[in-house]
Ligand binder design. Structure first.
Ligand code: NAP
Ligand code: G4F
Length: 359
């Protein structure tokens, strides 16, 4: 039985990857930092699996990494742990560097110190944020242009991972992943904020949704497809770096419109800039407002990936398209908010949004 260690196991990708590897017959060891409150909601479905073990460890703490590695002796390590919110990294840039950059180095050094270099395969969660505002489409040959402390910290991690591959022969791969989402996506990321917000509005729990830059474009795929790509990278004889992407970019505005359409709402945009609003054409209610505080000091405007190398070498292509992704997220958030679209009564617009709520 193969053994895998996943850092950042309680995050979106950690949860999907755990389920994927358990399904493949792996023994999965998940590492998460000390948390005073229960942070295991995402991995509840795998926690009781006989071959799943949870460890406390921190990427900023070499001792905990060494102990985890020595105890587990993994065949594969997936380094997913990170401070992953780009906007937050502007508020705490040192923390982003210490966890994302320094943490990756500490993990690589632990592998080397324990003489595990020939025994393990290492996956580094690199990011399309490395490309910043380099012209789209971006692929493995596109020059990096990091536009945030997060991206700069991930650039260090990318480079040091490559260095351990070249200097010490470690089987190490950088997965340069474009945005991928799911019902388990953190609530502070824009896609989940939108699907949760619209579901809460439909349930009568929230009046409107406030967003930042509606025109930023991202290449959004489903996390389920992307964890498969991570695994494929570590099954190759020769380690390398790969972009994973859908090749289709959509704006935040497109995402809002698609999520609303799923609930039968047609939006009309009025005004511009910070005064722009999104109005429900049927009720006249203002559903979307803009606030400057959700803008970034330096925006990445257009990410769209070219994953030809992953397709040709790994045989990887994403199965879940944009509309299916939005549908999956909307259905999960509507269910969580007790919204049942069959309860809709189009004739009564007095309290239109509470009319979706199931008894
Ligand atoms: P996520 O949901 O934010 O999960 C990140 C995980 O890292 C969380 O479980 C977090 O634990 C953990 N973590 C934070 N600080 C840590 C520390 N000091 N030591 C150990 N673990 C720590 O992120 P994700 O969306 O699953 O993404 C997984 C990885 O892929 C991240 O490295 C992210 O930067 C990268 N990535 C993501 C995307 C994407 O679109 N999702 C795209 C490209 C790259 P707590 O919650 O307890 O803090
Ligand atoms: O959902 P986001 O916060 O994701 P972002 O910045 O693209 O980063 C995510 O993807 C990266 C891969 O490219 C990962 F490396 C990273 O860890 C993370 O998973 O924002 C997406 C876009 C941005 O342009 C942002 O300015 O949405 C725009 N946006 C507009 N209004 C908003 C909002 N973003 C957030 N979080 N909240 C808003 O209200």
């Amino acid at each position: 039985m193969k053994t895998a260690l996943i850092t950042g196991v309680t995050g979106q990708d950690g949860a999907y990857l755990s389920a994927f590897l358990l399904d493949k017959g792996y023994a999965v060891h998940g590492m998460r930092p000390y948390a005073p409150l229960d942070d295991t909601a995402n991995i509840r479905s795998v926690m009781d699996h006989d071959h799943f073990t949870l460890h406390t460890g921190d990427l900023t703490d070499s001792g905990s990494l060494m102990r985890c590695l020595a105890d587990i002796a993994p065949d594969e390590i997936y380094n997913l742990g990170a401070i992953s919110h780009v906007k937050e990294s502007f508020h705490a840039p040192e923390a982003a560097l210490n966890v994302n950059g320094g943490g990756t180095l500490k993990l690589l050094e632990a592998i080397r110190t324990l003489n595990m270099t020939d025994a393990v395969r290492f996956y580094q969660a690199s990011s399309s944020e490395l490309f910043g505002n380099a012209p789209a489409p971006q692929n493995e040959h596109t020059p990096f242009d990091p536009c945030s402390p997060y991206a700069a910290s991930k650039l260090y991690a990318y480079a040091i991972t490559k260095n351990y591959r070249n200097a010490y022969g470690l089987h190490a791969a950088n997965g340069i992943l474009f945005n991928h989402e799911s019902p388990l996506r953190g609530e502070e990321f824009v896609t989940r904020k939108i699907t949760r917000g619209i579901a809460a509005i439909l349930a009568g729990k929230q009046d409107h949704l406030t967003l930042g830059n509606l025109d930023a474009k991202r290449d959004w795929g489903h996390a389920r497809d992307y964890v498969h790509g991570m695994w494929l990278m570590l099954q190759q004889d020769t380690p390398d770096d790969y972009v994973l992407a859908t090749g289709q970019a959509r704006s935040v505005r497109d995402f809002v419109e698609t999520a609303c359409a799923h609930a039968g709402i047609t939006l009309e945009w009025r005004g511009s800039g910070l005064d722009e609003t999104g109005i429900d054409t049927k009720t006249g209610h203002t559903l979307i407002r803009i606030d400057e505080k959700f803008y970034r000091p330096h925006e990445v405007t257009h990410l769209c990936g070219d994953a030809a190398k992953a397709r040709d070498t790994l045989g990887w292509t994403p199965d879940i398209g944009f509309k299916a992704l939005v549908t999956d997220m909307m259905n999960a958030d509507m269910a969580a908010n007790g919204v049942d679209l069959s309860h809709r009564n189009d004739d009564n617009t007095d309290h239109v949004y509470t009319l979706y709520a199931a008894e």
